[in-house]
Design a protein around this ligand. Sequence first.
Ligand code: PEP
Ligand code: MG
Length: 591
Amino acid sequence: MSESESSQTVIHGISGSPGICIGKAYIVDREGVDIIKRYFISDSWVQPEINRFKSAVKKAKDEHAAIIESLNDDLSSQLNILETHMVLFKDKMLYGKTIETIEKERVNAEWALKKVSRQVKNMFEKVEDPYLQSRVTDIVQVSEQVMRHLVGAQDIKISDINKRVILVAHDLSPADASQIQLERIKGFVTDRGGRDSHTGIIAKSLDIPSVLGLGTVTQLVANDDIIIVDGSNGIIIINPDEDTLFKYEERRARYEEYRAVIARDSHLPAVTLDGKRMGLMANIELLEEVVSVRDNAADGVGLFRTEFLYLDLKRFPTEEELFDKYKELVELLTPKSVTIRTLDINGDKVLPYSQTAEEANPALGMRAVRFCLNRPEIFLTQIKAILRAAAFGNIKLLIPMISCVEEIIQVKKVIETAVWELEDEEKIFNKNIPLGIMIEVPSAVIMAEELGEYVDFFSIGTNDLIQYSMAIDRRNRQVAHLYHPFNPAVIRLVKMIMDAAKKTGVDVVMCGEMAGDPINIPVLMGLGLQELSMNPGSIPIVKQVLRKIDSADTVKLVDQILKMRSVSEISDLVRTRYKDILPLEDSDEQQ
Ligand code: PEP
Ligand code: MG
């Protein structure tokens, strides 16, 4: 049902990745609903079948009630629609007719429901009245919800989609997102997810527009609805009217022009007006992204998230499998350096085949290096593969989520064991590679000086540093408004890391999402960062900003910022000071 007379619905979410796309919706969560088969049941099975249908309706209703319950104030415009749906679960036309069909035709509940919802659709298809039209959409959506419970959850096969569409999903796991075929999928939108969730990170690296954390988009959109995804402003528009469509077509063209100009200058060096150079590296998850590393003229790979080599399999990869992939990657990029981060699973990236005890707080549990030290055979296999690949190119080794000195000492022991074993096996390898740790836990910031004595470099992971220092689940949209790299506490933490690094003489790179947003660049320059790693698509824009700033100015800027106490004070200062340099945020159309 629409909320305005023009029948278009605007929903605000969280920007996953910038850009605009317009196309037909493809609802991932309802996959499989269309391939319902009919079967006949005996008399004695009629009542159990009706009960099965009633139980699916109840489950769908309960799920729906929970969604309504969880809606916060700014989504109240969706409440009407959802409350209408609530009533429709027991609507005579749907509920009563389906039970009647099971009874009369002796057919399975799925078939009966499908038949009834199709009849409703056909009945109203030719009716011009927009109210009745939208009521049909509501009934179809409700029946799809019940159907999902009848058929059970279906596997998502995103890689099989063979039309140009915009994905609409409750959530896309990183594994789902990594199946996205760029020539088919124009963009995606999800009910769940936060700005720096792993889904958001993949969205950015895929460089397709996306909006996350939309709450109930899977319930408001029907397959083949036309939707506009405005990833830059975190808005989607369902069934836009002609004026809106026209406006957005224009904006899309303008955005693409802007991207083209930036891409044209991407080969220029990343130096400030006063000649200070910043290393701009790429964060990647998949080997296929090497093309994007080259296209965007990255200085190398500053973060290779290795989880995806594990997520694609049904068991842990062997040393040989990992070695082949790492070798291919470094050979493709040589002489540029590649920082390979060891396995960072659990938290929000779970391996289905790995036995890990149920955890109440996975983000605070057996994640990343903790998992690896707990399963040394898996860790050793990966380290050996990395050391072997290091004989074929320029590799740095990075350990995620170090929270204390003991952990890095243990890691070094595993590296030593890997070296002995490789020597023993007479394999070709290189043990003289830089070792770094992610600084993404507050205790690591506090102990940075001591930790620096054990390693060659720090890599600041702001996605987790913000999550852990501010106690904000990075995937939870309810608290997403608090998640901001300009929080003064975050900036002061980065300053502490920079000071500690200077004292111990270790290099620093920042690889969290903070590094790839143009507005943060003057601040990061002023804090003394000389190397940033980001999704490859952001490099040209960041480079353009860098080329217009003066490093001495940024030092003064940071002096001021370090005395500030709120996000808004800091944002206002940076936006005012650099308004002519930062890319325009296209916010005029937010409705
Ligand atoms: C980070 O935490 O900032 C980071 C780069 O690691 P990930 O996003 O993979 O947790
Ligand atoms: Mg992290």
